[in-house]
Design a protein around this ligand. Structure first.
Ligand SMILES: [Zn+2]
Length: 271
């Protein structure tokens, strides 16, 4: 599943190239997770002003409103001057004078939704519950700890919920908790301030590194420039059950929490 770093890498790969483009057509394929919310012709002649990211949504600011794009479980975006004929899994072509942005999404959990404004109910239905962004300077260590104090669920699941801080998906939660030396099963409210501060720093470090390296989680993840991500190859614990911890040599353990697999080192991550 594409996680925040992949979505950010995708954004960086075409944001500058599509900025200022004029939409010639929006062609939708098979139904995606939600309806578009407007007539596709309504977008014709509008300019793409900028491409922003909020959580795992890409926001294409238009002259009138914005398009919210989500990659779902298996989506990828490709922006190119010329695109081949759409295949059976290509479900959106945003045709502009600078190129065509194509959504390829075999499992169709992705989304393309138009909203009149970011603060409109249509957009807030998708964005309203999102926690703070981890990478733009607004992620505050004291506020993070205060929020954790309110939760009795295991810290790993609180991170995955995304309503305190966005973007800490399954891989990155395991990696950040390892880096901070915190057992994933520890109740969030039991995380002390010094450990919460280490976790705060680890989340920023793990996600920044993944963005720098080009994203990761989907094995066949390819950015809109065609580069493949590779962060997972360097994971400290994720996907390494039974292999020796890179810090202490103890075999990495895996457990299931909320139907997601968690990886940790029982020696380096003591409660
Ligand atoms: Zn260890």
């Amino acid at each position: 599943m594409p996680e925040l770093p992949e979505v950010e890498v995708t954004r960086q790969s075409f944001a500058d190239r599509i900025a200022g483009a004029t939409v010639g057509a929006l062609r939708m394929g098979k139904p995606l997770r939600w309806p578009l919310g407007c007539e596709p012709q309504q977008l014709c002649g509008q300019r793409v002003r900028a491409v922003r990211r909020r959580g795992k949504y890409l926001l294409l600011d238009l002259d009138d409103g914005l398009l919210l794009l989500h990659l779902g479980m298996s989506g990828s975006l490709n922006f190119a001057l010329q695109q081949p004929q759409p295949g059976p899994h290509d479900h959106m072509d945003l045709v502009t004078d600078l190129g065509t942005l194509r959504l390829h999404d075999p499992r169709r959990f992705g989304a393309v939704v138009w909203a009149p404004a970011e603060q409109s109910p249509q957009a807030q239905k998708l964005l309203g519950h999102l926690g703070v962004e981890p990478l733009n300077g607004g992620f505050d260590a004291a506020a993070f700890h205060a929020a954790l104090r309110q939760r009795s669920a295991p810290i790993k699941q609180v991170l995955l919920a995304g309503d305190i801080v966005v973007g800490v998906g399954n891989i990155y939660a395991s990696e950040a908790l390892f880096m901070a030396g915190i057992r994933p099963t520890l109740k969030a409210k039991k995380v002390s301030r010094p450990r919460s501060d280490r976790l705060h720093a680890a989340i920023i470090a793990v996600l920044s590194r993944a963005v720098k390296q080009g994203g990761s989680s989907l094995r066949d993840f390819v950015s809109a420039e065609g580069k493949t991500g590779y962060f997972q190859l360097e994971a400290a614990v994720y996907g390494r059950a039974g292999q020796p911890c890179r810090m202490c040599g103890t075999p990495i353990r895996s457990i299931v929490q909320g139907q997601r697999t968690t990886f940790f080192c029982p020696t380096c991550q003591k409660n």
